[in-house]
Design a protein around this ligand. Structure first.
Ligand code: MG
Length: 375
């Protein structure tokens, strides 16, 4: 039976399962545009659903994470990476009794502002808009959910809760001093790194850009390989890779859970806002952080700067630059939805936002239609 007193069910449930330091739905500061409570979905559950049903979210399936579609069909897209972050973050949230709905909403949102061609695309757009405040995918994620997605009559955006918006705002201003983040926000950040460390390794080894043996100069890989060989005899290379990736996720997640549990036990926070005003709690141990850094440096040198990806980077630069210049001098080609944003944001930003929303494939197609196949 559904109670008329709207949040009754959610509140009751959260009081039973969440820890005092978690963000409770009942404590939400609400939304910019007031809305009646839903009869049986809590505010963060609704946010998660709004993000999942947005067009920008669906387009993540056509956006590259690290590898492009002409490199095979095994590797992650921006969408599958997002789902992996969400599932890892939820596992940790459940163990630590944090708000899983909020964690899932934040995770599904975290990469929604990624332009085509991954970080290469982001770097080009940032350069092109250098004189107009630059471009960052984290900031653009906010623009999408606050301005560009139109779902409701009467206002723009998805009207997400202030907690989810603050979480994404914190991502956009990571370097800001005195940044206070909910534990759920800190968790999604840590889960994101754990996910791409493991999965970029998986995809790169599967593509044979690097060999697992060669990667064992990295402590975290060497330990995982050792554990896997200790547990199973005579594994095929394929199963070895899978077991190592599993072990990489497991090691990072277990470390994060233990380290956070230790910090939470020491602090004894009585509320989410108390936890928020303390130092970062949801982070790996110093030794795990060092090992993650070592793995990231290896991936940077041997994978992210692989000649094939340098080529993609150059193509992204050339295409996005040329498209942006063309659209800026032919504003009639920018769809009205984006074009109208030139006041007050300027024509170049309006054009860049149109490009940033595109999937890799649609961007390629638009380029070919304008400049011919060889462009
Ligand atoms: Mg990510």
């Amino acid at each position: 039976m559904i109670h008329d007193s709207s949040l009754y069910v959610i509140d009751e449930r959260e009081r039973l399962v969440l820890a005092p330091y978690a963000m409770f739905s009942a404590a939400s500061r609400g939304r910019k545009h007031a809305e009646a409570a839903h009869p049986y979905r809590g505010p963060f559950q609704r946010d998660r659903d709004r993000i999942l049903h947005s067009s920008a979210f669906r387009r993540l399936s056509g956006k590259m994470q690290v590898f492009t579609e002409d490199m095979g069909d095994y590797h992650r897209t921006r969408l599958t990476h997002t789902q992996e972050v969400a599932t890892i973050a939820r596992t940790i949230a459940r163990v630590l009794r944090l708000n899983e709905d909020l964690v899932e909403a934040l995770a599904l949102l975290h990469d929604i502002g990624h332009p085509p061609y991954g970080h290469a695309g982001e770097d080009v757009l940032n350069e092109c808009l250098r004189d107009e405040g630059g471009f960052s995918h984290n900031q653009f994620g906010l623009t999408i959910v606050e301005e560009l997605e139109i779902r409701y009559n009467g206002f723009r955006g998805l009207n997400l809760t202030l907690e989810v918006l603050a979480g994404q705002t914190a991502r956009a201003h990571k370097q800001a001093a005195g940044l206070h983040r909910l534990l759920e926000v800190q968790l999604v950040d840590a889960a994101d790194s754990a996910a791409y460390n493991a999965h970029d390794t998986d995809d790169a080894v599967k593509l044979r850009w690097v060999e697992l043996e060669a990667m064992s100069q990295v402590d975290l890989i060497a330990e995982s390989l050792r554990d896997v060989r200790h547990r199973y005899a005579n594994l095929s290379p394929d199963l070895t890779r899978k077991a190592v990736v599993h072990s990489l996720v497991e090691k990072q997640v277990t470390d994060l859970v233990r380290e956070s549990q230790r910090a939470l036990a020491a602090h004894q926070f009585g509320s989410a806002s108390e936890a928020m005003s303390a130092d970062v709690v949801m982070r790996p141990s110093p030794s795990m952080a060092a090992r993650q850094m070592e793995l990231q440096q290896f991936l940077y040198q041997h994978v992210y700067r692989h000649p094939r990806l340098i080529e993609i980077r150059q193509r992204a630069q050339q295409r996005l630059r040329r498209l942006l210049e063309h659209l800026a001098s032919h504003p009639e080609m920018i769809p009205p939805h984006f074009r109208q944003r030139q006041t007050p944001h300027g024509l170049r930003r309006a054009a860049a936002e149109y490009l940033a929303g595109m999937t890799d494939h649609f961007c390629e197609q638009t380029y070919r239609e304008l400049f011919g196949r060889d462009g």
